[in-house]
Design a protein around this ligand. Structure first.
Ligand code: FMN
Length: 297
């Protein structure tokens, strides 16, 4: 964790948040927990790893910290599968040959939502399960995501880095078969874990004017919040995305050698996402969840 004196840590935090959001945020110098805030603000996904090994004990310790996350209705519907055995890792990695940083990572985990335990309580009590609807899928998905985020925070606290791998869900059924997932258990994402090979620059995010609303979403031309595709609300959002695109491209250009920028200027975030999602992806996900027993209506 960063050991800067308090005022320096505050300045570093303000600088990191400016780099991330393009906004000067007030950082009270007396604020507690500045090093932890700085660590959160400078988060970066890593895809290369040092040679430093990661022990099974450390993974178990981090898993225990991660599973201390809050849980919707205290249902505890999140699981972690550590893929430790070499042959088992081979099987999982073979599902995502396009991402070699997965096979190179010292440790690989799969975070899952688990609706099975909750349903078993009803089975064992001989009672009908009365909550088979979409919320029964959201709850374990949210619990699992919180546990995964908690794991990444815990890993960062001990100097480790991570890369989530949701592309594993492209092969959800095969992954479920390999990991022998029971009914009502589903993968949220894989997580590569290790120590960093190198420092990593942070990716700017959408400005807070796009993602933090005060009291309510912006006024629409109809004065109704619920109007979908309202021109005035969309224009506000478009302007925020346009401003972000400019900032994003400036950061990307600054990272490239000058000749590379001239030859092929970096794409904006909007262009990248339009290209990335031009093809339909993971269309069988709903079918997979229904096969696992969820009612997705
Ligand atoms: C749920 C989730 C799934 C992700 N899946 C992948 C993945 O399959 N492969 C990958 O290389 N990165 C993956 N990422 C990492 C994102 O690409 C990364 O967070 C994003 O590009 C922003 O970069 P940053 O985290 O360094 O700020 C995933 C991130 C999240 C939160």
């Amino acid at each position: 964790m960063n050991e800067l004196p308090q005022t320096d840590a505050g300045a570093a935090l303000a600088e990191a948040l400016f780099a991330r959001f393009g906004e000067h945020l007030a950082v009270p110098p007396e604020l507690e927990g500045m090093p932890e805030l700085l660590q959160i603000a400078t988060w970066s996904t890593h895809r290369s790893w040092s040679q430093q090994p990661v022990s099974a004990e450390l993974i178990r310790l981090l898993a225990a910290c991660a599973l201390s996350a809050p849980s919707k209705s205290f249902l505890q519907q999140a699981d972690i599968v550590e893929v430790r055995d070499a042959a088992q890792r081979e099987r999982v990695q073979a599902l995502v040959p396009s991402m070699p940083w997965m096979s190179q990572a010292p440790a690989l985990l799969v975070f899952c939502g688990n609706g099975r335990r909750f349903r078993r309580l009803f089975e064992r009590a001989g009672q009908p399960f009365t909550n088979e609807h979409l919320d029964g899928l959201f709850n374990p998905a949210i619990d699992g995501a919180l546990v995964m985020m908690n794991f990444m925070r815990a890993a960062a606290a001990v100097g480790m880095v991570c890369c989530p791998i949701s592309v594993l869900r492209d092969q959800a059924q095969a992954l479920a078969d390999i990991l022998r997932m029971p009914p009502h258990v589903f993968p949220i994402a894989g997580l590569c874990v290790g120590f960093p090979a190198q420092a990593q620059s942070v990716n700017p995010r959408l400005g807070l004017q796009a993602t933090v609303q005060i009291d309510r979403y912006p006024q629409t031309s109809h004065g109704l919040q619920s109007v979908v595709g309202d021109a005035a609300a969309d224009a506000t959002m478009d302007a925020a995305v346009d401003a972000y695109d400019q900032r994003y491209m400036a950061v990307r250009s600054a990272r490239l050698p000058a000749d590379a920028v001239t030859a092929k200027p970096p794409m904006s975030w909007s262009q990248e996402k339009l290209r990335q999602y031009a093809q339909a992806q993971r269309q069988d996900w709903g079918e997979f969840l229904r096969t696992q027993g969820f009612d997705t209506r």
